[in-house]
Design a protein around this ligand. Structure first.
Ligand SMILES: [Cu+2]
Length: 66
């Protein structure tokens, strides 16, 4: 299990947070905590789910991810 912290820009409200979470869980992550205020996402996932795949999934929704 690996913990990944990402900064996500462009989220405006709870719906954005929910959309990002949905995309992450679709990838198969174990847990995703996203704070709209700090733009920080703390994601727990098995090692076979790469950080790149998380970033791609989030950017596919139209958000910027670091
Ligand atoms: Cu929104």
């Amino acid at each position: 299990m690996t913990k990944t912290v990402l900064t996500i820009n462009g989220m405006m409200c709870g719906h954005c947070v929910a959309a990002v979470k949905k995309a992450l869980f679709k990838l198969g992550v174990t847990n995703a905590d996203i704070d709209l205020e700090t733009k920080k996402a703390v994601i727990e996932a098995e090692d076979n789910i790469t950080k790149e795949s998380m970033i791609n999934a989030i950017e596919d929704l139209g958000y910027e991810c670091e």
